[in-house]
Design a protein around this ligand. Structure first.
Ligand code: NAD
Length: 339
């Protein structure tokens, strides 16, 4: 398979970004995207030249809205090697049955449980585990962020235990469905599901998490505390984090004191949709004391999983055996560099 034909099911926050990212790669192409309603996003997809496929009951609403469609979702299955399922969490089970019946591969997102696919994906930690798989799952934005930094640290100096406090964005910037406007909402189900989700990729990692929802839409913030098997000084920790793929070091000294400035940096970099694909780590907030390591990182929830979806397609469709080579290709196409 030299060029993988990719379908995107669910052209929302994640789906529209994955569609654009796939389009930028040389070894895969977008065969079509699905929409359930003739919204402004459907019009933009059509204007961008994506073929739109809809459920049978949506054919008439799309015709009434004057948006041309290429067929029904079922017809798209016959044109793809792999579907990237970016539908909201919990409809995956139904679609998995359809993908199975059509004999195609599919990637699910972090809103689905690990048990749906039995294998979960992160480019840094376990690229090869999805090699040739029919189904895999790209873990959530927070889990992707934790794997990007904790995996390289664990490889360098085994992590005995980690605890992470996650300050979560209340909603995505394009959402108007609400969240705390004037307050902080602690997650009362403890420890939160994020730790077990990290373990779906690094099962040996002893990690617990707590989470607080905050009235911001820009990014999540993680306060990480890890106990290592051996002592480490701050300069070694910095070297590991600087070398970690898709991790961008910033500093308060250079004017990035909050997630607002981190996102301003993404805008200045001229990325598609001002996305910050990398996990942002504050250089001047990395501190190692004996065998304990502390740092802060920020996660752009709308986009950090996008490069992982591209790499996951390469692994599942057997386009590139080497994780680093795939990541380099993806990063070049998306303008991700260490600069
Ligand atoms: P979204 O609501 O922005 O987009 C979902 C899209 O799927 C919408 O276009 C919607 O119209 C469409 N859709 C709804 N029901 C459908 C159905 N039955 N069949 C086909 N399409 C349908 O959601 P999102 O934020 O892009 O999340 C998608 C997945 O990605 C979820 O699993 C979520 O947990 C995960 N995820 C979200 C984020 C985030 O911060 N937004 C980050 C990482 C992972």
């Amino acid at each position: 398979m030299s060029v993988a034909k990719v379908g995107i099911n669910g052209y929302g926050t994640i789906g529209k970004r994955v569609a654009d990212a796939v389009r930028r790669q040389g070894d895969m192409e977008v065969a079509g995207v699905t929409k359930t309603r003739p919204t402004f996003e459907a019009r933009v997809a059509a204007a961008k030249g994506f073929d739109i496929y809809v459920p049978p009951e949506s054919v008439k609403p799309f015709a009434d809205a004057g948006i041309e469609i290429a067929g029904t979702i079922g017809e798209l299955y016959g044109k793809v090697d792999i579907m990237v399922d970016c539908t909201p969490g919990d409809v995956g089970e139904r679609y998995k049955a359809e993908y199975s019946a059509a004999g195609i591969k599919a990637i699910f997102q972090g809103g689905e449980d690990h048990s749906l696919t039995g294998v979960s994906f992160n480019s840094t930690a376990n690229y090869r585990e999805s090699w040739g798989a029919q189904f895999s799952r790209v873990v959530s934005c927070n889990t992707t962020g934790l794997l990007r930094t904790l995996c390289p640290i664990d490889r360098a100096a085994k992590i005995r235990g980690a605890h992470v406090t996650i300050v979560r964005r209340a909603a995505d910037p394009g959402d108007s469905k609400g969240g705390p406007v004037n307050g902080l909402e602690p997650s009362l189900k403890l420890p939160t599901h994020h730790g077990p989700d990290v373990q779906s990729v690094m099962p040996w990692l002893n990690i617990t998490t707590m989470a607080v929802k905050a009235s911001t839409t820009l990014m999540h913030l993680h306060a990480v505390a890890a106990e290592l098997e051996r002592d480490m000084d701050s300069s070694e920790a910095l070297e590991i984090l600087r070398g970690a793929p898709r991790v961008r070091m910033v500093s308060g000294k250079s004017g990035i004191k909050t997630t607002a400035e981190a996102m301003e940096l993404a805008r200045d970099l001229g990325r598609d949709r001002s996305d910050m694909y990398e996990i942002v780590v504050w250089e001047d907030g990395v501190k190692a004391v004996g065998n304990r390591l502390y740092f802060y990182q920020a996660v752009h929830q709308e986009s950090d999983v996008v490069p992982e979806n591209v790499d996951c397609i390469r692994s599942m469709c057997k386009l590139e055996e080497d994780a680093s080579a795939s990541m380099a290709m993806t990063d070049r196409a998306l303008g991700i560099s260490k600069g």
